[in-house]
Ligand binder design. Structure first.
Ligand SMILES: NC(=O)c1ccc[n+]([C@@H]2O[C@H](COP(=O)([O-])OP(=O)(O)OC[C@H]3O[C@@H](n4cnc5c(N)ncnc54)[C@H](O)[C@@H]3O)[C@@H](O)[C@H]2O)c1
Length: 237
């Protein structure tokens, strides 16, 4: 797979390097020119057991690249991960300005279908904001013919054991809203349904190594909520 990681901080660097280790071709992008120059010179800005060797090996084998050129990295990738920071704002909420800038940058340069996956820690509903921003950018460019999907894939790694956490995860969470499957006027909206159920589903995922939830798109909102609860209760048991 060809992957672009927007944001080469703790999460982006570890995830990008480990995805390359698994055989993917990864472009790690950052707006911090100094960080990218140092990475290109072989200087790893964080200490994580095993990370430096993984980076060296994958750079030398041509599977891992560091750049400030978002356009080039997006153009060469099928999956585009957003792993930028979400520091607390003055009210203590996650400040989404970097996430929204990243979404704008993607919409401003994508030339074909992409799956955009959010790794940053964001509140419920952010996938919709990202969809809106990318659509606005494509509209400005007169490129509404370009299709894309947005997924939410939050990070659970712990600093100090990040490489192990990535290579042997106790859970992987992937929530994808498929525009083609949902149609132009979806009957329900998964983000809204998940909003009220976050506590239940996190308990479910922490108690099981894997839970796969597939909900047919033709269910109405109430039936969908009921079905989701049944699946999650089964998973917790
Ligand atoms: N660090 C952790 O242990 C951890 C664990 C789980 C989740 N998270 C979440 O993951 C996200 C990333 O965290 P982090 O610790 O890697 O952050 P970080 O601050 O270490 O790195 C973020 C990087 O994004 C870059 N950036 C900002 N805007 C950009 C843009 N438009 N294009 C390209 N690069 C851009 C910054 O220059 C920075 O290098 C946050 O939402 C955080 O809450 C972090």
């Amino acid at each position: 797979m060809r992957v672009c990681m927007i944001g080469t901080g703790y999460v982006g660097l570890v995830t990008g390097a480990c995805l390359a280790e698994q055989g993917n071709h990864v472009w790690c992008v950052d707006i911090d020119e100094d960080k990218i120059s140092r990475l290109n010179a072989g200087v790893v800005p964080i200490y994580e057991p095993g990370l430096e060797d993984i980076i060296k090996r994958n750079v030398s084998q041509g599977r891992l690249k560091f750049t400030t050129d978002t356009k080039e990295a997006v153009k060469n990738s099928f999956f585009v991960f957003i792993a930028v920071g979400t520091p607390p704002d003055e009210k203590g909420n996650a400040d989404l300005k970097y996430v929204m800038q990243a979404a704008q940058n993607i919409g401003a340069c994508m030339e074909g279908y992409k799956i955009i996956a959010i790794k940053s820690t964001v509140p419920v509903g952010t996938t919709h904001k990202i969809k809106t921003i990318i659509t606005e950018e494509l509209t400005k460019r007169g490129r509404t013919d370009i299709d894309f999907d947005v997924a939410f894939c939050p990070e659970f790694l712990k600093e100090g054991s990040a490489v192990d956490d990535f290579l042997s995860p106790d859970r992987i969470y992937w929530h994808e809203y498929n525009r083609k499957a949902a149609g132009k006027d979806p009957l329900f909206d998964l983000d809204t349904i998940f909003e009220g159920w976050s506590e239940i589903y996190m308990k479910a995922f922490s108690k099981s190594r894997l839970a796969i939830i597939h909900i047919p798109m033709d269910l109405d909102h109430e039936t969908c909520k009921k079905k989701l609860l049944e699946i999650l209760e089964d998973t917790i048991r």
